[in-house]
Ligand binder design. Sequence first.
Ligand SMILES: [Zn+2]
Length: 82
Amino acid sequence: MPGETRENHPEQQAPEQEKPEDKKAVMTLVCAYCGKVINQNHIEGTKDCMSHGLCRECSEKSIEELDKMSKKIQSKKRGAET
Ligand SMILES: [Zn+2]
């Protein structure tokens, strides 16, 4: 484009001039099992932080595992009683 100058570009800002009060911190919820990002929330404050949880897939898996385990325990108990 003729006449367009790259100087004084309004979008160009030095990162040092970033105002901390304008920046919203982001809390990222990450699955502790597979590391997938579950959710991101804007929170009060200036520091980003991370929280661990379980995504749907991994929570379903863990429920299945727990179900299998409890069934194993129950069958073991039954075997011990006889
Ligand atoms: Zn997961």
